[in-house]
Design a protein around this ligand. Structure first.
Ligand SMILES: NC(=O)c1ccc[n+]([C@@H]2O[C@H](COP(=O)([O-])OP(=O)(O)OC[C@H]3O[C@@H](n4cnc5c(N)ncnc54)[C@H](O)[C@@H]3O)[C@@H](O)[C@H]2O)c1
Length: 271
Protein backbone atom coordinates (compact mmCIF):
# COMPACT_ATOMS: atom_id res chain seq x y z
CA UNK A 1 0.00 0.00 0.00
CA UNK A 2 1.38 3.36 -0.98
CA UNK A 3 1.06 5.45 2.18
CA UNK A 4 2.01 8.74 0.55
CA UNK A 5 -0.89 11.16 0.13
CA UNK A 6 -2.93 9.35 2.77
CA UNK A 7 -4.27 10.85 6.00
CA UNK A 8 -3.33 9.32 9.33
CA UNK A 9 -4.15 9.72 12.97
CA UNK A 10 -1.64 9.11 15.74
CA UNK A 11 -2.57 9.22 19.42
CA UNK A 12 0.17 9.98 21.91
CA UNK A 13 1.61 12.10 19.12
CA UNK A 14 3.27 14.69 21.35
CA UNK A 15 5.99 12.39 22.64
CA UNK A 16 8.20 9.36 22.17
CA UNK A 17 7.01 6.73 19.72
CA UNK A 18 3.92 8.67 18.51
CA UNK A 19 5.98 11.72 17.64
CA UNK A 20 8.58 9.55 15.86
CA UNK A 21 5.80 7.94 13.78
CA UNK A 22 4.71 11.43 12.66
CA UNK A 23 8.27 12.21 11.52
CA UNK A 24 8.52 8.88 9.68
CA UNK A 25 5.18 9.53 7.97
CA UNK A 26 6.25 13.02 6.92
CA UNK A 27 9.39 11.54 5.33
CA UNK A 28 7.22 9.04 3.44
CA UNK A 29 5.04 11.79 1.96
CA UNK A 30 1.89 11.23 4.00
CA UNK A 31 -0.54 14.08 3.22
CA UNK A 32 -1.57 14.92 6.76
CA UNK A 33 -1.57 13.48 10.21
CA UNK A 34 -3.71 14.25 13.23
CA UNK A 35 -1.45 14.43 16.26
CA UNK A 36 -3.62 13.63 19.26
CA UNK A 37 -2.40 14.08 22.81
CA UNK A 38 -3.62 15.35 26.18
CA UNK A 39 -0.31 17.12 26.73
CA UNK A 40 -0.20 20.87 25.94
CA UNK A 41 3.06 20.24 24.05
CA UNK A 42 1.12 18.74 21.13
CA UNK A 43 0.64 22.16 19.48
CA UNK A 44 4.32 22.98 19.61
CA UNK A 45 5.31 19.51 18.38
CA UNK A 46 3.02 19.93 15.35
CA UNK A 47 4.38 23.42 14.66
CA UNK A 48 7.98 22.17 14.74
CA UNK A 49 7.18 19.27 12.41
CA UNK A 50 5.46 21.58 9.95
CA UNK A 51 8.44 23.96 10.02
CA UNK A 52 10.93 21.09 9.61
CA UNK A 53 9.10 19.61 6.61
CA UNK A 54 8.01 22.93 5.11
CA UNK A 55 4.32 22.02 4.80
CA UNK A 56 1.15 21.99 6.90
CA UNK A 57 1.24 18.29 7.55
CA UNK A 58 0.69 17.82 11.28
CA UNK A 59 -2.57 18.99 12.84
CA UNK A 60 -2.61 19.05 16.65
CA UNK A 61 -5.62 17.91 18.68
CA UNK A 62 -5.41 18.32 22.44
CA UNK A 63 -7.67 15.97 24.38
CA UNK A 64 -8.11 12.69 26.15
CA UNK A 65 -8.27 9.60 23.94
CA UNK A 66 -10.92 8.08 26.23
CA UNK A 67 -13.36 10.90 25.35
CA UNK A 68 -15.71 9.64 22.63
CA UNK A 69 -16.95 13.07 21.47
CA UNK A 70 -13.35 14.28 21.18
CA UNK A 71 -12.45 11.19 19.13
CA UNK A 72 -15.30 11.78 16.66
CA UNK A 73 -14.39 15.48 16.36
CA UNK A 74 -10.80 14.61 15.40
CA UNK A 75 -11.98 12.37 12.54
CA UNK A 76 -14.58 14.96 11.43
CA UNK A 77 -11.96 17.70 11.37
CA UNK A 78 -9.33 15.69 9.47
CA UNK A 79 -11.75 14.43 6.83
CA UNK A 80 -13.19 17.90 6.25
CA UNK A 81 -9.75 19.53 5.92
CA UNK A 82 -8.02 16.75 3.99
CA UNK A 83 -9.42 13.35 3.08
CA UNK A 84 -10.80 10.28 4.80
CA UNK A 85 -8.48 8.97 7.55
CA UNK A 86 -7.03 5.67 6.38
CA UNK A 87 -4.14 5.02 8.79
CA UNK A 88 -4.49 4.74 12.54
CA UNK A 89 -1.69 4.36 15.08
CA UNK A 90 -3.30 4.67 18.52
CA UNK A 91 -0.08 4.90 20.53
CA UNK A 92 -1.15 6.88 23.62
CA UNK A 93 -0.43 4.76 26.65
CA UNK A 94 0.34 4.89 30.35
CA UNK A 95 1.98 2.72 32.98
CA UNK A 96 0.86 2.33 36.59
CA UNK A 97 3.40 -0.23 37.73
CA UNK A 98 3.12 -2.01 41.03
CA UNK A 99 3.36 -5.62 42.20
CA UNK A 100 0.03 -7.44 41.90
CA UNK A 101 0.17 -8.52 45.54
CA UNK A 102 2.63 -7.52 48.20
CA UNK A 103 2.79 -7.74 51.97
CA UNK A 104 2.91 -4.45 53.84
CA UNK A 105 5.87 -4.95 56.16
CA UNK A 106 4.40 -2.78 58.90
CA UNK A 107 0.96 -4.40 59.08
CA UNK A 108 1.59 -7.87 57.65
CA UNK A 109 -1.48 -7.36 55.45
CA UNK A 110 -1.55 -8.06 51.73
CA UNK A 111 -1.88 -5.05 49.45
CA UNK A 112 -3.63 -5.99 46.23
CA UNK A 113 -3.16 -3.87 43.11
CA UNK A 114 -5.83 -1.11 43.25
CA UNK A 115 -8.75 -1.90 40.98
CA UNK A 116 -9.39 1.76 40.02
CA UNK A 117 -5.80 2.01 38.81
CA UNK A 118 -6.24 -1.19 36.79
CA UNK A 119 -9.42 0.19 35.19
CA UNK A 120 -7.67 3.43 34.23
CA UNK A 121 -4.89 1.53 32.47
CA UNK A 122 -7.48 -0.61 30.66
CA UNK A 123 -9.41 2.50 29.55
CA UNK A 124 -6.33 4.25 28.15
CA UNK A 125 -4.22 1.35 26.85
CA UNK A 126 -6.83 -1.12 25.65
CA UNK A 127 -10.33 0.30 25.14
CA UNK A 128 -9.28 3.68 23.72
CA UNK A 129 -6.88 2.32 21.06
CA UNK A 130 -9.49 -0.21 19.94
CA UNK A 131 -12.15 2.51 19.62
CA UNK A 132 -9.85 4.87 17.67
CA UNK A 133 -9.34 2.00 15.24
CA UNK A 134 -13.06 1.18 15.10
CA UNK A 135 -13.90 4.86 14.49
CA UNK A 136 -11.71 4.82 11.37
CA UNK A 137 -13.02 1.46 10.19
CA UNK A 138 -16.64 2.55 10.77
CA UNK A 139 -16.16 5.65 8.64
CA UNK A 140 -14.50 3.67 5.84
CA UNK A 141 -17.34 1.11 6.01
CA UNK A 142 -19.98 3.87 5.82
CA UNK A 143 -18.32 5.51 2.82
CA UNK A 144 -18.20 2.20 1.02
CA UNK A 145 -21.80 1.36 1.88
CA UNK A 146 -22.89 4.79 0.58
CA UNK A 147 -21.24 3.91 -2.75
CA UNK A 148 -23.13 0.61 -2.82
CA UNK A 149 -19.96 -1.42 -2.23
CA UNK A 150 -20.24 -4.67 -0.31
CA UNK A 151 -17.44 -7.12 0.49
CA UNK A 152 -14.06 -5.60 -0.35
CA UNK A 153 -12.11 -7.19 -3.19
CA UNK A 154 -8.32 -7.06 -3.75
CA UNK A 155 -8.84 -5.16 -7.01
CA UNK A 156 -10.01 -2.15 -4.96
CA UNK A 157 -6.64 -1.95 -3.12
CA UNK A 158 -6.37 -1.76 0.64
CA UNK A 159 -8.64 0.91 2.11
CA UNK A 160 -6.87 1.46 5.40
CA UNK A 161 -4.59 0.05 8.08
CA UNK A 162 -4.24 0.04 11.83
CA UNK A 163 -1.15 -0.68 13.90
CA UNK A 164 -1.70 -1.12 17.63
CA UNK A 165 1.26 -0.49 19.92
CA UNK A 166 1.58 -3.53 22.15
CA UNK A 167 4.69 -4.26 24.16
CA UNK A 168 7.10 -7.02 25.05
CA UNK A 169 5.37 -6.81 28.43
CA UNK A 170 2.40 -8.57 26.82
CA UNK A 171 4.41 -11.75 27.46
CA UNK A 172 4.36 -10.96 31.18
CA UNK A 173 6.58 -8.61 33.13
CA UNK A 174 7.04 -8.31 36.87
CA UNK A 175 5.35 -5.22 38.32
CA UNK A 176 3.18 -4.64 35.26
CA UNK A 177 0.00 -6.62 35.89
CA UNK A 178 -2.29 -3.91 34.46
CA UNK A 179 -0.02 -2.74 31.64
CA UNK A 180 0.84 -6.30 30.51
CA UNK A 181 -2.84 -7.29 30.54
CA UNK A 182 -3.78 -4.38 28.28
CA UNK A 183 -0.94 -5.00 25.86
CA UNK A 184 -1.83 -8.71 25.66
CA UNK A 185 -5.45 -7.65 25.11
CA UNK A 186 -4.42 -5.70 22.03
CA UNK A 187 -3.17 -8.95 20.50
CA UNK A 188 -6.68 -10.44 20.65
CA UNK A 189 -8.23 -7.23 19.38
CA UNK A 190 -5.85 -6.97 16.42
CA UNK A 191 -6.36 -10.59 15.41
CA UNK A 192 -10.16 -10.17 15.55
CA UNK A 193 -10.21 -6.83 13.74
CA UNK A 194 -7.93 -8.24 11.04
CA UNK A 195 -10.49 -11.00 10.44
CA UNK A 196 -13.53 -8.69 10.50
CA UNK A 197 -12.33 -5.43 8.98
CA UNK A 198 -10.96 -6.95 5.80
CA UNK A 199 -14.63 -7.05 4.73
CA UNK A 200 -14.25 -3.27 4.43
CA UNK A 201 -10.67 -3.46 3.12
CA UNK A 202 -8.89 -2.55 6.37
CA UNK A 203 -5.86 -4.39 7.77
CA UNK A 204 -4.84 -4.50 11.41
CA UNK A 205 -1.67 -5.60 13.18
CA UNK A 206 0.20 -5.07 16.41
CA UNK A 207 3.81 -4.12 17.03
CA UNK A 208 5.53 -5.08 20.27
CA UNK A 209 8.32 -2.63 21.02
CA UNK A 210 11.04 -3.49 23.48
CA UNK A 211 12.40 -0.85 25.84
CA UNK A 212 12.56 2.34 23.80
CA UNK A 213 14.28 5.59 24.71
CA UNK A 214 11.23 7.74 25.43
CA UNK A 215 10.03 9.74 28.45
CA UNK A 216 8.02 6.66 29.54
CA UNK A 217 11.18 4.60 29.97
CA UNK A 218 13.36 7.50 31.16
CA UNK A 219 10.89 8.06 34.00
CA UNK A 220 12.10 4.72 35.42
CA UNK A 221 15.54 6.29 35.91
CA UNK A 222 18.69 5.49 33.96
CA UNK A 223 20.12 3.48 36.89
CA UNK A 224 17.10 1.20 36.73
CA UNK A 225 17.56 0.83 32.98
CA UNK A 226 21.24 -0.11 33.40
CA UNK A 227 20.53 -2.68 36.10
CA UNK A 228 17.21 -4.16 35.07
CA UNK A 229 16.73 -3.69 31.36
CA UNK A 230 20.00 -3.64 29.46
CA UNK A 231 21.31 -6.94 30.92
CA UNK A 232 18.25 -8.68 29.43
CA UNK A 233 18.52 -6.90 26.07
CA UNK A 234 20.80 -8.70 23.59
CA UNK A 235 21.60 -5.45 21.76
CA UNK A 236 22.72 -3.90 25.06
CA UNK A 237 20.98 -0.58 24.38
CA UNK A 238 17.59 1.04 24.37
CA UNK A 239 15.74 1.09 21.04
CA UNK A 240 15.44 4.51 19.40
CA UNK A 241 11.88 5.79 18.75
CA UNK A 242 12.65 6.19 15.04
CA UNK A 243 13.46 2.47 14.81
CA UNK A 244 9.97 1.65 16.12
CA UNK A 245 8.44 4.29 13.83
CA UNK A 246 10.20 2.77 10.81
CA UNK A 247 8.78 -0.66 11.69
CA UNK A 248 5.28 0.83 12.15
CA UNK A 249 5.43 2.46 8.71
CA UNK A 250 6.59 -0.85 7.24
CA UNK A 251 3.57 -2.56 8.80
CA UNK A 252 1.21 0.16 7.54
CA UNK A 253 2.59 0.07 4.02
CA UNK A 254 3.28 -3.59 3.34
CA UNK A 255 -0.10 -5.15 2.68
CA UNK A 256 1.12 -8.71 3.05
CA UNK A 257 2.08 -8.13 6.69
CA UNK A 258 -0.50 -9.27 9.20
CA UNK A 259 -0.32 -10.34 12.80
CA UNK A 260 2.39 -9.24 15.18
CA UNK A 261 5.89 -7.82 14.86
CA UNK A 262 8.36 -7.97 17.74
CA UNK A 263 10.83 -5.09 17.67
CA UNK A 264 12.53 -5.87 20.95
CA UNK A 265 16.31 -5.63 20.50
CA UNK A 266 16.43 -9.24 21.70
CA UNK A 267 14.84 -8.69 25.12
CA UNK A 268 13.92 -11.63 27.31
CA UNK A 269 12.05 -11.20 30.54
CA UNK A 270 13.89 -12.22 33.70
CA UNK A 271 11.87 -14.65 35.83
N1 LIG B 1 8.90 3.32 25.53
C1 LIG B 1 8.86 1.98 25.54
O1 LIG B 1 9.83 1.31 25.91
C2 LIG B 1 7.64 1.25 25.08
C3 LIG B 1 7.74 -0.13 24.89
C4 LIG B 1 6.63 -0.83 24.46
C5 LIG B 1 5.46 -0.17 24.18
N2 LIG B 1 5.39 1.18 24.38
C6 LIG B 1 4.12 1.82 24.07
O2 LIG B 1 4.33 2.81 23.11
C7 LIG B 1 3.33 3.82 23.25
C8 LIG B 1 4.00 5.18 23.31
O3 LIG B 1 4.83 5.20 24.46
P1 LIG B 1 6.05 6.20 24.65
O4 LIG B 1 7.17 5.41 25.21
O5 LIG B 1 6.25 7.00 23.42
O6 LIG B 1 5.48 7.05 25.85
P2 LIG B 1 5.45 8.62 26.12
O7 LIG B 1 5.05 8.72 27.54
O8 LIG B 1 6.69 9.26 25.65
O9 LIG B 1 4.25 9.11 25.19
C9 LIG B 1 2.92 8.77 25.44
C10 LIG B 1 2.05 9.96 25.09
O10 LIG B 1 0.70 9.55 25.26
C11 LIG B 1 -0.01 10.64 25.83
N3 LIG B 1 -1.18 10.14 26.52
C12 LIG B 1 -1.23 9.26 27.54
N4 LIG B 1 -2.49 9.03 27.89
C13 LIG B 1 -3.27 9.79 27.09
C14 LIG B 1 -4.66 9.98 26.97
N5 LIG B 1 -5.54 9.34 27.75
N6 LIG B 1 -5.11 10.84 26.03
C15 LIG B 1 -4.26 11.52 25.21
N7 LIG B 1 -2.93 11.36 25.30
C16 LIG B 1 -2.44 10.50 26.21
C17 LIG B 1 0.98 11.30 26.78
O11 LIG B 1 0.62 12.63 27.07
C18 LIG B 1 2.28 11.17 26.01
O12 LIG B 1 2.54 12.32 25.23
C19 LIG B 1 2.54 3.46 24.51
O13 LIG B 1 1.36 2.79 24.14
C20 LIG B 1 3.47 2.52 25.24
O14 LIG B 1 2.76 1.63 26.08
C21 LIG B 1 6.45 1.92 24.81
Amino acid sequence: MDISNRVGVITGGASGIGRAVAVAMAKRGVAAVGLVDMNDAVGEVAEKLNAEFGRKFAVPFKGNTTDEAFRASVFDSLSSQFDRVSMCVPAAGITRDELAVRIDKATGKARIYPIEQFKLVVDVNLIAPIYWALEMIGRIAEDRAAKGLKRWTPAEHVQGSVVFVGSISSQGNRGQVSYASTKAGLRGAAATIMKEAMFHGVRCGVIHPGFTDTPMVRSMGLDYVDKNILPFTQLGRLIQPDEIADAICFMLANSSVSGELWVDAGWHAPA
